[in-house]
Design a binder for this molecule. Structure first.
Ligand code: ZN
Length: 314
């Protein structure tokens, strides 16, 4: 069974491909973009099932679907690589497109890690995309569209993968934890990525960092308390930066609650302007840390400025 297939088949991205098949408007080449590798891999397989499935529904039951599930459909070549994809790998793929198919129907080439192709590999592929061989479909999956040459991008039909939303992420995480608060936090900080949500759910120290940062927003009263709160950001650069990451995520989600008018106790104690100011201060703190300013001074100043914002709100 393809991971996350249930969620994928309910998504807009599935609908899009299914629509193309029904209307016979399949393109010769696609570029599927997602920063979530697992969902990307699964979607590429579902695409293949849609193309070869007896009923074009990725039913999972017909012989074509089963063979794709088991990675042994003779008309499909999938290139997966943790390392750089070399010109020779693409040369081999291109040559293969000229060979007669072992079975009837289209020949499908899936380059699952497109971002691993360097410029020469991509150039090698270009001609095949420009003058596609009959009955050949090439699908490039990538986590980074910017790593793909413009010439490649312009010849592929683009699919920006849209599979997850807060509800489906919540349901998936519920299979791994019964702690609703933890799940809700992970959903909130996931930015629509199931991998990120999962990482947050499984990171024990995320909750601690989250609580630390929340205490700045709720308990931190003013400049007299600064010294006490400086310590919670940690002593070294890594700890401070990871706290700032969490802080940035919290402020973004509070801003979203505010803008969407979602009832949130903490958001209600801040104005949009004050949250935007805090956000800018966090970004500024990153910059200072990266230009090697003294870590505790950066945190101290950040807290002083937040104290000032809170003072104005009171
Ligand atoms: Zn099927």
């Amino acid at each position: 069974m393809i991971k996350y297939k249930d969620v994928i088949t309910l998504s807009k991205s599935y609908e899009l491909m299914s629509h193309e098949l029904q209307n016979n408007t399949l393109a010769h080449s696609y570029m599927v973009i997602s920063d979530d590798k697992e969902t990307l891999y699964s979607y590429l397989k579902v695409m293949a099932q849609l193309i070869y499935c007896d009923s074009h529904t990725a039913c999972g039951k017909c012989s074509a679907c089963v063979r794709i599930d088991n990675d042994n459909h003779t008309n499909i070549k999938t290139l997966m690589s943790d390392d750089a994809i070399k010109v020779d790998n693409i040369k081999e793929l291109v040559l293969d497109t000229y060979m007669t198919a072992l079975e009837d129907g289209v020949k499908l080439y899936i380059i699952a890690d497109g971002e691993k192709m360097n410029e020469s590999s991509q150039n090698k592929l270009l001609k095949t995309l420009e003058e596609p061989t009959k009955n050949v479909i090439i699908i490039i999956g990538t986590t980074n569209e910017n790593s793909m040459l413009q010439t490649i991008r312009s010849r592929c039909k683009k699919i920006n993968l849209s599979v997850w939303n807060a509800e489906t992420i919540f349901i998936e995480l519920s299979n791994h934890s019964t702690d609703k608060d933890k799940i809700n936090t992970a959903v909130k900080f996931s930015s629509g990525s199931i991998s990120r949500a999962m990482a947050i759910l499984l990171d024990e120290s995320f909750q601690i960092k989250h609580n630390n940062v929340m205490s700045v927003l709720t308990d931190f009263k003013g400049s007299a308390n600064v010294s006490k709160f400086v310590n919670i950001f940690g002593a070294d650069k890594d700890q401070v930066v990871s706290h700032l990451n969490v802080f940035e995520g919290i402020i973004s989600s509070l801003l979203q609650s505010k803008i969407k008018g979602i009832d949130d106790h903490i958001a209600s104690t801040y104005t949009v302007g004050s949250l935007a100011n805090i956000y800018d201060l966090i970004i500024d703190a990153y910059k200072r840390i990266n230009s090697n300013c003294n870590i505790s001074n950066v945190v101290f100043n950040l807290l002083l400025q937040i104290a000032e914002i809170k003072y104005k709100l009171a």
